[in-house]
Design a protein around this ligand. Structure first.
Ligand SMILES: *Cc1c(COP(=O)(O)O)cnc(C)c1O
Length: 229
């Protein structure tokens, strides 16, 4: 199957899932995940109409970001190490994987140095799997209160990864949990540095379910580019 065919297939599935919650394709942002994918194939996806791309690692992303011109929008979706923050802030338009107050502080510092404001999502470990990064669901609100105090960082939503190999019920429960936290965050009376707009959940195997449970941003790798080796 060609990339265009896969993209059409994914768009059709998004439309179907979105319709169930009174939304449509245009309400869902697709982030094409390009880990292990060559710059040529990223360009092909861009030419097919994909507007937003996601990478897990700063190092792998850098040559793609610099070589694909004019650049599409790039999001960092993997764990960010302290020594890569400066680079990340200069390369990405959004950091979806903020998983500690410490890294948020560093993003703030480096963004100030570049006189820019970095949109971020807070990563939440909804499934509670010990190997996963992300804030515990119950600490999100206190963390958010700290992060909104940081200059040059704007929190724009939450990101979560569904539990690996879980049953449909367990997956849906974890998406529901994240949607709930998102809903509560939206009611917080914080004016500055906060615009709860994006709920980033759903990947190749579970994005339809995630959309049905309220996701408005999905991160698709294999579903667009085929299997990774
Ligand atoms: C790899 C990855 C994805 C995409 O995974 P697929 O199963 O290939 O769609 C999405 N989000 C994160 C954080 C990832 O690391």
């Amino acid at each position: 199957m060609s990339l265009r065919e896969r993209l059409d297939l994914v768009h059709g599935k998004i439309e179907g899932a979105a319709r169930k919650t009174g939304r449509s394709l245009k309400d869902i942002t697709v982030v094409a995940v390009t880990k292990g994918v060559s710059a040529d194939r990223v360009t092909e996806a861009k030419e097919a109409g994909v507007a937003v791309f996601g990478e897990n690692k700063v190092q792998e992303a850098e040559p793609k970001i610099l070589n694909i011109q004019p650049p599409p929008e790039w999001h960092l979706i993997g764990h960010l190490q302290s020594n890569k923050v400066k680079q990340a802030v200069s390369l990405f338009q959004m950091i979806q994987s903020v998983d500690s107050v410490r890294v948020a502080k560093e993003i703030s510092k480096e963004s100030q140095a570049l006189s820019r404001c970095m949109p971020v999502l807070l990563e939440v470990n909804v499934s509670g799997e010990p190997k996963k990064y992300g804030f515990k669901p119950e600490e999100v609100y206190t963390v958010l209160e700290e992060i909104v105090k940081l200059p040059n960082v704007k929190t724009m939503g939450l990101m979560g990864i569904g539990p690996l190999g879980a049953s449909e019920q367990v997956l849906r429960d974890s998406f529901k949990k994240l949607k709930n936290i998102f809903g509560v965050c939206k009611t917080l009376k914080i004016r500055e540095n906060l615009e709860m707009k994006y709920l980033s959940m759903g990947m190749s195997d579970d994005f339809e379910m995630a959309i049905e449970e309220g996701s408005n941003m999905i991160r698709i790798g294999r579903g667009l580019f085929g299997g990774r080796t």
